[in-house]
Design a protein around this ligand. Structure first.
Ligand SMILES: C[S@@+](CC[C@H](N)C(=O)[O-])C[C@H]1O[C@@H](n2cnc3c(N)ncnc32)[C@H](O)[C@@H]1O
Length: 214
């Protein structure tokens, strides 16, 4: 897998990023380069995304970190090119991450990337649809997977009884929660919309956190 350095300095705050992610920065930067080169060549990301990998993809993914307890098992459903699962695994080496992705090209990219980054001991790639994968996890994360009502159907069966689903969403998060209200009630689930940031200067990420009703 070829890497370039073309995306390494794209985010103007890369010096601050070096401070926040001091130990992890070189590996995250390597992943950014893989996305900008192989990820774009394989058609997993549009060419215009290469210029906004840090703010739009990496920091949006790592914003979830503060919502995940130490040493959790985590499933990233519909991981695509590894978002949010790979950035989270890079900043949180305590997590056991499983990337679930049904498409061959994407799961091949994921397996090669995990090997290149030398994180195979803590990041597993499973080529499967969520509904065909029968394991449970402390935390199920998803980004750009599906509308919330469909996402709940796919992700809730992967959630441990006391686990949570963290869905990265856009501005429609509140409306999606309302649309999924009857489904949430039927499944005994509560949902709350949160705004979290990886860094005070980063764009906030909107997250729907779903857990069993108290
Ligand atoms: C729009 S992409 C998002 C990829 C990545 N999460 C991101 O934020 O860039 C949606 C991904 O979900 C995967 N997907 C679709 N249906 C799925 C299912 N039933 N179970 C697991 N993954 C699924 C697709 O193959 C695709 O890679």
């Amino acid at each position: 897998m070829s890497c370039s350095t073309r995306a390494s300095t794209c985010w103007p705050m890369s010096s601050q990023l070096r401070e926040i992610y001091s130990t992890e920065f070189p590996l995250i930067n390597r992943y950014v380069d893989i996305l900008a080169s192989t990820g774009v060549e394989w058609g997993l990301l549009g060419p215009r995304e290469a210029e906004r990998l840090w703010d739009r993809h990496i920091l949006n993914s790592t914003a979830l970190s503060g919502l995940i307890a130490a040493n959790s098992t985590v499933a990233d459903v519909g991981s695509g090119a590894g978002l949010p699962g790979i950035p989270l695994a890079l900043v949180r080496p305590d997590l056991q991450m499983t990337l679930i992705e049904p498409l061959l090209r994407r799961s091949t990219f994921l397996a090669e990337t995990v090997e290149t980054l030398e994180i195979v001991d803590r990041v597993k790639v499973v080529r499967s649809r969520a509904e065909d994968h029968h394991k449970s996890y402390d935390v199920v994360v998803a980004r750009a997977l599906a509308p919330l009502d469909r996402l709940i159907g796919w992700c809730n069966q992967l959630r441990a009884d006391d686990g949570v689903i963290l869905a990265l969403k856009g501005k429609s998060a509140g409306e999606e929660v309302e649309t999924a209200r009857s489904q949430l009630q039927a499944a005994g689930l509560d949902a709350e919309v949160l705004s979290v940031r990886a860094h005070p200067d980063a764009q906030p990420a909107t997250v729907v956190r779903i857990s069993a009703s108290a």
